[in-house]
Design a protein around this ligand. Structure first.
Ligand code: SF4
Length: 124
């Protein structure tokens, strides 16, 4: 498992609004540009026995950090492909990632059935 970019994240001031995402250096590994590289606020992973209201608040704060991260797409795909079972990655909670993965699996199955039935051309 890749070390989460936000394993020691710094979130001094989390803006309430979206901040325009700048272009990123595509030659560097995506996690080197993670906004959350120093998670000093501990926003991205749940502490043990976290009450629901606190979890929801923490996750929303983490998502606000993700919203201004230049590598959000790469991070999200990484977390979906692994799959990463815990924490907020790419602006999605673990539960939200499970929903995305279930939708992808369902769509893949539908496409496979459609190809088998000759309704669409096989992928090349
Ligand atoms: S999208 Fe979020 S979790 Fe992923 S690297 Fe950026 S700030 Fe961290």
């Amino acid at each position: 498992m890749l070390q989460p970019p936000h394993s020691s994240l710094q979130v001094a001031a989390v803006p309430a609004q979206r901040v325009p995402v700048r272009d990123r250096d595509h030659d560097a590994p995506w996690h080197t540009e993670a906004v959350c590289r120093r998670d000093e606020a501990g926003l991205f992973f749940a502490p043990s026995k976290e009450p629901t209201a606190a979890r929801l608040s923490r996750e929303e704060a983490a998502k606000r950090v993700c919203a201004r991260c230049p590598v959000m797409v790469e991070c999200r795909e990484h977390a979906l492909l692994q799959p990463e079972p815990y924490g907020v990655w790419g602006g999605l909670t673990a539960a939200e990632r499970r929903v995305v993965l279930a939708r992808r699996r369902r769509r893949e199955l539908e496409l496979k059935k459609a190809r088998a039935a000759g309704r669409i051309a096989a992928a090349g």
